[in-house]
Write a protein that binds this ligand. Structure first.
Ligand code: KG4
Ligand code: ZN
Length: 358
């Protein structure tokens, strides 16, 4: 037996990440450069800015991950990089860097789908056997997926507008949470979770998204608009101006978080009913995997745990650190594909032909 090691590279959005992972799931070295503070100043991600920051940092991040693992490219079995989906300009940096590293180091290259990586991360730390149900909730995605096997996924629910993290981020911006010192360096979702702990989730009511439909489709823009109108009403009521915060901020955050949670739970419950009716998961071993940045939220996790307790599912989430974008999940997805010999490119021309995809 010889230990296998894979390097993973992630640049699909605003995190430059790299990691070296072993087949046991052990993280041998990792590095992450987060652009959040720059983007917060702009009030959102500007793709060319993100691209430039990836370009400035990628070499350092990859070298740091390798150094921490005590390795050079020569010690690797394969190199994996996120090639889709994400921001084109961001994806282009990691894709190119990974391909070049593979070709120059004469190593196999493994193109990675970012959402597949989110869904598989949990298998580094927990025993999640195919098939299982996955809820992916992040800044860019809101998906219910059946993971049948490494190469067979069926999407059973998607968003028709915003992703939950996007709604939380925009809500936080609209609530000016950046002006609260404790929240200044937090992501929108984190800031709302932090403030919601002291608030009443029933203080303000939000309409049920997709109320008339019976499927697992998500929609978060209605919640966002209700929040905007609520903020306008409260700003007037409390005569709040400029960068000041409305007084019932904790109740507003708690109510908004409750509404987002309820929608996620409701659609996930529908997915479970659908799977049961179709008998799509083994009845003895039903698993819900939850991942993506929004899965860091302990309130949302607790609500999903309650759902799983009543439906007989086991809930598996990666540790919060592995829920948000990072190089580890890409390296692990690469490892799964390397061990399964699925989607591994050995030929220099095949590697050169790989392109990123928004
Ligand atoms: O997975 P991720 O790092 O990037 C995407 O692929 O989108 O997710 C980032 C998203 C952001 O929208 C952020 O607000 C949200 O995850 N997020 C949270 C929490 N931490 C991060 N949302 C709710 N509660 C949290 N604690
Ligand atoms: Zn992500």
């Amino acid at each position: 037996y010889r230990r296998q090691v894979v390097l993973g590279i992630e640049t699909s959005c605003d995190d430059t990440g790299a990691a070296v992972v072993a087949d046991s799931g052990e993280v041998l070295g990792e590095a992450l450069h987060n652009q959040q503070s720059v983007h917060l100043r702009h009030g959102g991600i500007i793709p060319p800015v993100a691209q430039r920051l990836h370009e400035q940092n990628i070499e350092q991040v990859v070298n740091e991950a390798l150094e921490k693992a005590g390795m050079t490219v020569r010690d690797l079995d394969a190199i994996a990089a996120t090639v889709k989906p994400g921001l084109s300009l961001s994806l282009s940096v990691g894709t190119r860097y990974g391909k070049n590293l593979a070709v120059s180091g004469k190593k196999p290259f493994i193109p990675i789908h970012h959402m597949e990586a989110h869904a598989l991360t949990v298998r580094m730390v927990h025993k999640a056997e195919f098939p299982f149900l996955v809820l992916l909730a992040s800044g860019g995605h809101s998906l219910l997926v059946i993971a049948h096997s490494l190469d067979h996924w069926s999407i059973i629910g998607q968003t028709i507008d915003d992703a939950p993290g996007e709604a939380l981020d925009q809500g936080a911006r609209r609530l000016k949470l950046r002006n609260i010192p404790e929240c200044a360096s937090m992501s929108g979702g984190q800031a709302i979770e932090y403030l919601a702990t002291g608030g009443n989730p029933r203080a303000y009511e939000f309409p049920t998204p997709m109320g008339k439909y019976k499927d697992c489709t998500f929609s978060f823009s209605g919640l966002k608009h209700t929040l905007t109108r609520l903020i306008e009403r409260l700003e007037e009521e409390y005569e709040v101006e400029g960068g000041n915060i409305i007084p019932p901020i904790q109740d507003v955050c708690a109510s908004f978080q409750y509404a987002v949670t309820k929608h996620l739970v409701r659609q996930t419950q529908r997915a479970m009913v659908y799977l049961d009716v179709r008998d799509l998961l083994p009845s003895q071993n039903k698993t819900l995997v939850v991942s993506g940045g929004v899965a860091c939220n302990q309130y949302i996790r607790a609500a999903l745990q309650k759902l799983c307790d009543t439906t007989g599912y086991q809930l598996l989430c990666p540790p919060p650190k592995l829920c948000t974008d990072n190089g580890i999940m890409i390296a692990w997805n690469g490892m799964e594909r390397w061990l399964a010999k699925a989607g591994v490119l050995h030929d220099e021309e095949d590697i050169a032909a790989v392109d990123f995809q928004a």
